[in-house]
Every structure is written in C-alpha cells, then in structure tokens.
Design a protein around this ligand. Structure first.
Ligand code: UD1
Length: 328
C-alpha cells in the first residue's frame, strides 16, 4: 500500500486518482489544514498531522506501507518569509517524522514534492537539474534541505528517493472529479478565473518592468495530471530498483502573466480587468524548466503542452465549484 501524505491537497489528490487508476492501494494522511476531504478519492483516509510523530507512527502500524509519496507541506513563499518557524516545523521536522517512521518500519522508497523554488534566480534558461540551488525564501530552503536530508538517508540507510521539482502546477482533473482548491487563493490562473467569474473585481499584475518580452513574469505551467503521472513513473522507477534521482517537471516553455490573462479571456469569453502593480518581492523574472531528464529517464511525456487546454480544465472545475455565482 502507498502512503500519500497531503493527499487531500491539490497535487496530492490528483496523484491519488492516478495511483488508483494504476491499480495501487492508497492511504492518505492529511490534517485538512489546507486540503479538502472531498478531494480524497481513496477509501483509506487518516486525518492527522505529520508534526505529530504518534499519528504518523499509527499509520505505519495500521497499513502495510511499501512506499511514501510526500506532499504534505506549507507552500506559500511570502508566508514563509513572514513566519519561517512554521515552515521549518512542518516542511522539515514534519518530513523528518515521516522519514523516521519509514526507518522504524523498514520502508525505503520515497517520492518528494520539491520545487523550482530551490533554484532561486536562474543563471541560465531553461533550468537543468544541475543548475546551482540558491533558494530566495525559507520555503525554497526547506525544500532544498529536505533534498539534502534525503541524500544522507539514502547513503546511510539504503533509502531510495525521487525528488520532483515542480515548476508551476496548473489546471484540474480533465474528468472533473477533483480540482485546484486553495483557501485563500494565491495562484495566478485560479485568481484570473475568479475575476472571469465576477468573484474578484480585477487581477493585479505583479510587476510590468521585468526584462521579459512584455515586461511581466514568465513561468512554466505544467498540468497537474501530468505531474500526477510523473509521480506514478517515479514510484515505478523506485519499485523497479532505480536509483535516487532529482527531476524537473515543467513543459519547457514559458508564458507571461499577460499571456495567461489573454488565454483565460479566450477560454472564458469574459472580460478580465487587470491593474498593473509593483513587483512581488522574491519573484524571479523567468522560470522555465529543462524537463528532458524526466522525459528521458522516466519516459514522462506531458500530455498538456499548451496553456489553452490547461486553462480549459481549470475553468470547467471553477464553474462547477462556484456554480457561476459571484462572491458574497
Ligand atoms: C510559487 C513558487 C513555487 C511554489 C508555488 C507554491 C517561486 C519561484 N515559486 O510559484 O515554488 O511551489 O508558489 O505555491 O517561489 N502573479 C500576478 N498576480 C497575482 C498572482 C501572481 O501577477 O495576483 C504572477 C506572479 O508574480 C508570477 C506568476 O503570476 O509571475 C505566477 O505566480 P504564482 O501562481 O503565485 O506562482 P509562483 O509564485 O511562480
């Protein structure tokens, strides 16, 4: 049985769906601090906090776990700057608790949710995995520290792991069963779509003076179902005896904030007012992955290679979730 921590969250819940489709038995551990019970598609659900070693140990005693996919974490870059202690507690100590429970139960296969935030400002583009890692936030540092911890556990205890550095996760389950659901919402595409739905008056563009073709930030958006499939590939790689590896997950192509807004206008057919604001501190101008290692070694091929169909899946989910009703 596969343990998915954070399986009630955005990327975790989509990965659970994909694991079930591949015939895996899955148990989810999630404290529902940001996840949603409705997104958990497996019947095996344990509500618990990774910061509580007893709760983690109980899961390992109750279920015959053979591998762990570890999504549970705090994920806001600005919040991590304002309150780093929480980020070190959950992302580092919480992860350590999971690793220690694995060690106690002889479980050695681990797939980790890392992030492009480990790189910091890119020195070259697209970014390969051997690019220097100089994270700009406590959030990014916790991700890098866990990667270092994993390398040490691998050397000393025979763990094998895959660390997946996501670029910008986007979209929702094409079948509409689950989708992106953050409270509060901070991510660009759902924010733009909430404007399209009339739930927000306008989108603020964070910075229009970047050294990019239209002055706005460029990101590599990768569909959440493609991310989920990459996790299944990573797990299969480890189960087949594959060695520990780090992989970028992106499509290798960037879209600017203005391009994202334009695609959302086309997909929704609605007006999307924008206001130009200052840069958000800590945002790199451009983040684009070189995903060729994952494509080659995991035989991972993103199905969504264009933003329009990604936004279409996001829009369908948002319309269902909000029923087209304005806020309030
Ligand atoms: C960030 C992190 C990523 C992390 C993710 C998790 C970095 C470099 N990236 O992605 O590692 O996993 O959050 O939450 O730290 N934007 C606007 N207006 C808005 C919102 C966003 O203009 O109201 C712009 C941003 O400035 C950025 C782009 O849209 O250029 C995407 O922003 P967002 O969706 O917040 O993701 P990142 O910050 O790239």
């Amino acid at each position: 049985m596969i343990l998915v921590t954070g399986g009630a969250g955005y990327i975790g819940s989509h990965t659970v769906k994909e694991l079930l489709a591949h015939g895996y038995e899955v148990v989810v551990l999630d404290d529902l601090s940001s996840g949603h019970r409705e997104l958990v598609l497996t019947e095996h659900f344990v509500q618990g906090d990774i910061c509580d070693p007893a709760a983690v140990a109980r899961v390992f005693r109750t279920y015959p776990i053979t591998a762990v996919l570890h999504f549970a974490a705090l994920t806001s870059v600005p919040e991590s700057v304002a309150d780093p202690a929480r980020y070190y507690a959950v992302n580092l100590v919480g992860t350590w608790n999971v690793l220690e429970a694995m060690r106690a139960h002889g479980v050695k296969l681990f797939v980790f949710s890392s992030s492009a935030a480990v790189y910091g400002d890119p020195q070259r583009l697209p970014i390969p995995e051997d690019h220097p890692t100089q994270p700009k936030s406590p959030y990014g540092r916790t991700k890098r520290m866990v990667e270092e911890m994993l390398a040490d556990y691998a050397r000393a205890y025979g763990f094998r792991y895959v660390s997946l550095r996501y670029f910008n996760a986007a979209g929702s389950d094409p079948e509409g069963a689950i989708g992106e659901w953050h409270e509060p919402e901070r991510h660009l595409i759902p924010l733009v779509l909430e404007v399209a739905l009339g739930r927000r008056p306008y989108l603020e563009i964070f910075g229009t003076d970047y050294a990019t073709p239209d002055g706005t930030g460029v990101r590599d958006y990768v569909h959440v179902t493609d991310l989920a499939r990459a996790h299944v590939r990573a797990l299969q790689h480890l189960e087949a005896g594959g060695e520990s590896r780090v992989y970028n997950l992106g499509i290798g192509r960037g879209y600017s904030v203005r391009e994202v807004v334009e695609v959302c206008r086309r997909v929704t057919g609605r007006a999307i007012p924008v206001r130009e604001g200052p840069r958000r501190p800590g945002d790199p101008a451009v983040l684009v992955a070189d995903p060729s290692r994952a494509m080659r070694e995991l035989r991972w091929q993103p199905q969504f290679t264009d933003l329009t169909p990604m936004v279409e899946t996001a829009w369908r989910w948002m319309q269902r979730r909000f029923g087209g009703k304005p806020a309030g």
